[in-house]
Design a protein around this ligand. Structure first.
Ligand SMILES: *Cc1c(COP(=O)(O)O)cnc(C)c1O
Length: 425
């Protein structure tokens, strides 16, 4: 029996409508920007496999480090034990993170990294007797993950509809514009006594449709939060590790977060790992004679040594001059492409880019996740050997940094053709 046939018997896929599900493609291997299917057809992975792959698939340097680590120490309980990869990764991250971070808390993925950040913030106030200070401020249209806490602070959308009654109340703000900034600051001030934390995706709201907003305005909002001692949580699960043109998006603002969440690109996209880093001030609220002030949170695979080694290897590659050059080159190409799309006769609008991310709306139907143009565009592009996966009618690119000149030009062309073909269709 073929892999696909067995898949259809045994598997339930994520974010995938199961009825009349399109036949999945069995990928047998990958290299650099390319995915190879069972029939030997290749696809350029123009969205880095859900935004995780940084240096390309099956990178031999990362693979070697993973192999070496697996032979030496594959896993050990992380309460009462420690190991070199976890400590070295923490030390190297702390030296580079945007802000006065002092401690690293490990978990498994992006959702757990935001869950940890929320719990850490609420208990920070609880530990100091401020038990009413437990509300979270978040942006409308945000996405922070799929577990219950992460869902609660995410936009109420088609993703979360079945659970709305079960999600905790959140103070939702629009993303800042010149026009609404003063109102947002006022709302922030009004909740000074009850808001534990403000969680935000800096500069780009990913799953919400690659919405981009101004660093200067976010900085103003962070200022208001800081004045009210509201803990600022930067969810850089998507924006981290060079995606926005700087190592972290928080580098664009003067006001730095108190907590930062990382995953996706953390291991170069090879292993599941999450990081929640916090300042010493937050950490110190947990250093106490009272055992009840302990942070009672952890996962079986906390700080898995193989995942930490993969992250160290990815950092080695990120720190190479060629990697920064590639990021700059992709960013420059995207700027040119933004002009090309804006000037074109294609039915597109709101073409935007930041660093290695390019996005626009296809002007067909309502802007919503369930818009079926997404599947049409994906199908047409796949036929031409490029993998893109629009969010509703938001088409975007987020290629791995190893993408070649020819590959990127091919991606641009196919994307244009697929958009045109789906609108005529
Ligand atoms: C993807 C994402 C998450 C969730 O990460 P998972 O690893 O998929 O759980 C959280 N926040 C942001 C900003 C993301 O893009």
């Amino acid at each position: 029996m073929s892999i696909i046939h067995k898949d259809q018997m045994y598997i339930w896929h994520p974010f995938t409508r199961q009825k009349n599900m399109a036949t999945p493609i069995a990928i047998t291997k990958a290299r650099g920007s390319l995915l190879f299917d069972e029939e030997g057809k290749t696809y350029i992975d123009a969205i880095s496999s859900w935004w995780v792959t940084l240096h390309g698939h099956a990178h031999p340097y990362i693979a070697e480090k993973i192999y070496q680590q697996a032979l030496e120490l594959e896993q050990v309980i992380f309460a009462g034990f420690t190991h070199r990869p976890a400590v070295e990764l923490a030390e190297r991250l702390l030296a580079r993170l945007p802000g006065a971070f002092a401690r690293i808390f490990y978990s498994d993925n992006g959702s757990t990294s935001t869950e940890v950040a929320l719990k850490m913030s609420v208990q920070y106030w609880w530990n100091q007797g401020e038990k009413k200070r437990n509300k979270i401020i978040a942006f409308k249209n945000s996405y922070h993950g799929d577990t219950f806490g992460a869902m609660s602070v995410s936009d109420r959308s088609v993703f979360t509809m079945a659970f709305h009654d079960l999600l905790f109340d959140v103070i939702f703000l629009d993303t800042p514009t010149q026009h609404n900034l003063q109102d947002l600051i006022k709302t922030m001030d009004e909740h000074a006594d009850t808001a534990a934390a403000f969680i935000y995706e800096p500069l780009v709201q990913g799953a919400g449709g690659m919405n981009m907003y101004s660093p200067a305005l976010l900085n103003e909002l962070l200022n208001a939060a800081k004045q009210n001692q509201i803990i600022c949580i930067a969810d850089e699960v998507m924006t981290g590790f060079g995606r926005t043109g700087k190592l972290f998006a928080s580098e664009y603002m003067d006001h730095k977060p108190d907590i930062i969440c990382l995953s996706k690109g953390l291991t170069g996209g090879t292993m599941a790992l999450g990081v929640t880093a916090c300042t010493d001030k937050i950490y110190q609220a947990y250093v106490d004679d009272d055992a009840l002030k302990t942070f009672f949170h952890g996962h079986s695979f906390t700080a898995n040594p193989i995942a930490c080694s993969a992250a160290l290897a990815s950092l080695d590659l990120l720190e190479k001059e060629v990697c920064s050059q590639k990021i700059e080159w992709i960013s420059a190409a995207h700027i040119q492409m933004t002009g090309r799309l804006t000037d074109s006769t294609l039915p597109v609008k709101d073409v935007r880019n930041l660093g290695t991310i390019l996005a626009f709306e296809v002007d067909a139907g309502k802007k919503e996740y369930l818009n079926t143009i997404s599947t049409t565009i994906t199908r047409k592009a796949m036929k031409m050997g490029v993998y893109i996966r629009p969010l509703g009618n938001t088409v975007y690119l987020m290629p791995p940094y190893c993408i070649t000149n020819d590959e990127l030009e091919r991606v641009y062309q196919v994307m244009e053709e697929a958009v045109l073909a789906s609108c005529e269709w």
